[in-house]
Every structure is written in C-alpha cells, then in structure tokens.
Ligand binder design. Structure first.
Ligand SMILES: Cc1cc2nc3c(=O)[nH]c(=O)nc-3n(C[C@H](O)[C@H](O)[C@H](O)COP(=O)(O)OP(=O)(O)OC[C@H]3O[C@@H](n4cnc5c(N)ncnc54)[C@H](O)[C@@H]3O)c2cc1C
Length: 409
C-alpha cells in the first residue's frame, strides 16, 4: 500500500494534535512536520511566566525529539511559498517539498509592530520572549498606572464565523487579575490603578451574560476599571493613546497585538480577504480538496483558542483518515469556549460557554479547583510532550459542568 505524504505546517496545539492522531494510522501516512521554531510553545502557560515568574522552559516542547521519536520527519524551516496547483511548498532554506495532503496549522501572526511605540514602551505575554521581558519589568515595578487590553483585529468574510474584534481576551483577564494579585502581595496596590480596555462594545465578546457578569463582579471588587470601544493606536512612556483621540495615563502598558494571517497564504492564493484560510466544516480548504487548516489560522476558528484549535485538528484528521483509510467517522465541528483563567495565587475561574454559537451553556466557576485543573493541564501537556488529557477525563468534566449548570438554575 502506498503511503500518502502529509505535510503538517506548524507544530503548535493544532499541529501536534494532528500529528499524534495521524500517527495512529502509520501504515497509511508518511508525515513531515515543519516548523520555523525548534520548540512548540504552550501559550496558555505564558501568563504564569509573565506575572508570576514561572520558568519559561516549562512552556517549550522540543519538536525534533518528539516528532522523530514517534517516527515522523521534522524540518526546522519556514514555509515561504505554497503552490497548491502543483502540490508542493518552498522553504526559506531553498528546499522544495511535495505533498499529497497539506495541513496548515501555523497559528496567527501577532503584529506587535502595528502599534506605534510598542517596541520601546509596550509589554505583552503573547510569546516566550515578551513574557520573560514583562516579568523582569513587573519585578521592578513599584506601583503606578497599569493599562491592559487587546488591540483590534480584523477578519475576512468568506466563511460564516463570529466577527470578533478581540479574538482572545482570556489572557487579558489573566493579566489584569494576576497584576492586581501581584501588586497587593507586594504592597503596591494602593498606589496603583489598573485600567482595562477592549476594542469591542462589550468585554469578553465570546461568552454570554452570565460569565461576563461574574467576571465583571470580581473586577469591581478588585477596583479594576473597564473601558469599552477603545482601539489602541500608540504607546508612549506615559500614555496609552486610542484612535478616538482619548488616552489613559500608563506607566506599564500591556497589550495583545492585532492577530493577522502570515503573508504566505495571501501570496499563495490560499487566504480569504484578510489572509486567513477559508474551509468548510470538515476543515477542508474551500478551493483545494487536499489542503486542510486547523487552529488560529482557520477563518472558522473564533475565538482563537487552543481548545478550538485542538477540536479543529480532530475534525480535520478524522476527515483525512476516513478519506484515506475508510476508517472511523468524520467528527462534527462543534465550537465552544472552554478555558481556565488564572487570577493570581490559588485563584482561578473556569469558563465554559457556547452561547456564541447558539448553545445553552454559559458557566463560570470561580474556585481554587479551577487553579488546580489548569496547573494539572499545563503539567500534563508538558510532560507528555503535547498530548491532551485522555478523552474520558474531558467527558467526565463535561458531565460535571452540565450538573453544575442545572444546580445553578
Ligand atoms: C498568552 C496567551 C494565553 C492563552 N491562553 C489560552 C487558554 O488558557 N486556553 C486556550 O484554549 N487558548 C489559550 N490561548 C490561545 C492559544 O494559545 C491559541 O489559540 C493556540 O496556540 C493556537 O494553536 P495553533 O496550533 O493554531 O497555533 P500556534 O500554537 O500559534 O502554533 C503555530 C506554529 O506554527 C509555526 N509557524 C508559523 N508560521 C510558520 C511558517 N510559515 N512555517 C513553518 N512554521 C510556521 C509557529 O512557529 C508555531 O509553532 C492563549 C493565547 C495566548 C497568547
């Protein structure tokens, strides 16, 4: 039997999940994972690096070791061009690689340079370099004005997905609560202000009122101010300046930059009007049958969450496996928001909501148990080299959350 050559382009949440799933059908697939970085980065663990000084090494997984250990091929290189009509890609090193199937899992590009002054005065927790820099700054911060928020992102309209202005505000929630906790612990909270802004008309656009009100209540208790409809334009040494001409005094400016698509997709004719990959609900490209996309780069992925990236990887690989081997069933695409927001120390809130997609669930559980779950997840992911917890634990959790919602009614 001839094996199908599969290229997985990017070894983050979606790429690793896809690799492990396809590897179960070894006889049928010859898999090459290409990533421009040597290490996969577990971004959900970065707020602990940026606001609590956890080790950054604990967020990194050695891709070459993992992929080769499981019998795949790993290339550390950047895909700079895709030729979807001839089924090959070009790498920065000059190499050309052919494929039968291409699975695009590159995540989104965070455009820090889009915000004037960010390079000099801005801070972020969005990657391993910025998170470490932010912790160094926080350690030396003796109180003052802190401003935290997400820049505005723009998405295309070829597929039907929620049009969010800030596609991932959970880390903003972590940043504001963890900063509040840190400043209280150090005795600097009294002489500090914490202002949070969003480009949206509401904060946490991707969940329902119940979750929003619970988070809003804790913000009020902790004296965190909220500003809506604020699109950041510039950061200076003393201010965060917005497009409407207003500004906030700021001694420590922390942002999530705009999410953009890597230009390789627009250049290769694969992206929508904003460069994100348009797919159907099996994650297959709308124009090319042998190209799939999962995770933040997929135009259907809204909000941009690891939880959705993994789910899309499962849908894409189940489709591929069915097509090539005839085995299994194609999973339906059922997006939902599931995340745990660390809030400093042993405090955390678990959020589970599908109201954005017309579902009935909207749950926020504020408890140290949520902190334990996030801690367990981070460790499980790291020590198993990017595996997700077993399905039965997730099924038990889902049942528990349904019971919880019933009980709350
Ligand atoms: C601070 C922070 C906290 C978060 N917390 C949570 C959370 O608690 N829960 C949750 O569900 N989500 C969370 N998220 C979102 C989550 O991290 C992302 O949704 C997820 O990482 C997306 O996975 P992905 O596989 O699509 O992309 P990524 O994880 O971004 O991986 C993409 C990979 O592709 C590689 N790549 C990119 N371009 C190329 C190229 N041209 N050639 C080769 N390789 C390339 C990159 O190097 C990278 O390794 C958080 C995000 C941030 C920033």
């Amino acid at each position: 039997m001839s094996q199908k050559k599969i290229i997985i382009m990017g070894g983050g949440f979606a790429g690793l999940r896809s690799f492990y799933h396809l590897k179960e059908y070894d006889k049928h697939f010859d898999i090459t994972l290409i990533d421009k970085r040597a290490f996969s980065l577990e971004k959900p663990a970065l707020p602990e690096v940026a606001f609590a000084g956890s080790k950054v090494e604990h967020t990194l997984i050695d891709l070459k070791h993992v992929i080769e250990h499981h019998g795949g091929h790993f290339l550390q290189d950047e895909v700079v061009k895709i030729n979807p009509k001839l089924n090959h890609i070009h790498l920065k090193s000059g190499a050309k690689v052919e494929y039968d199937y291409l699975l695009i899992t590159t995540g989104a590009f965070k455009d820090f340079n889009a915000i004037k002054g960010f390079d000099k005065y801005g801070y972020s927790m969005c990657d391993d370099v910025h998170a470490v820099k932010l912790w160094e700054r926080l350690k030396n911060f003796k109180g003052g004005h802190v401003v935290i928020g997400a820049a505005k992102s723009e998405f295309g309209h070829r597929v039907d997905a929620p049009d969010l202005k800030a596609p991932c505000e959970g880390p903003i929630g972590e940043a504001m609560f963890m900063t509040d906790y840190y400043l209280r612990k150090k005795g600097f909270r009294e002489k500090s202000t914490i202002d949070v802004f969003t480009p949206g008309e509401i904060f946490f656009e991707d969940v329902g009122d119940l979750v929003r009100n619970k988070v809003g209540g804790v913000m009020q208790e902790r004296g965190i101010n909220l500003h809506l409809n604020k699109v950041v334009k510039e950061i200076t040494a003393t201010e965060m300046i917005y497009e409407d001409g207003s500004s906030l005094p700021s001694d420590l400016s922390i942002i999530i930059p705009p999410y953009k698509a890597h230009c390789v997709f627009k250049d290769s004719g694969l992206g929508d009007d904003k460069g994100f990959i348009p797919t159907d609900k099996t994650m297959r490209h709308l124009d090319y049958d042998n190209i799939f996309a999962a995770g933040d780069i997929n135009a259907l992925a809204q909000p941009k969450l690891g939880h959705i990236a993994v789910h899309q990887a499962d849908v894409a690989t189940s489709t591929l496996i069915k097509e090539v081997t005839g085995k299994g069933e194609i999973l339906p695409f059922k997006p939902e928001v599931f995340c745990i927001m660390n809030m400093g120390g042993m405090d955390a809130t678990l959020i589970y909501s599908d109201v954005l997609y017309g579902g009935p669930h909207d749950i926020a559980i504020h408890s140290p148990l949520a902190r334990m779950m996030k801690w367990s997840f981070d460790n499980y992911y790291f020590y198993t080299h990017g595996h997700m917890p077993p399905t039965f634990t997730l099924e038990i959790l889902e049942k528990f959350l349904e019971l919880f919602q019933e009980h709350e009614k």
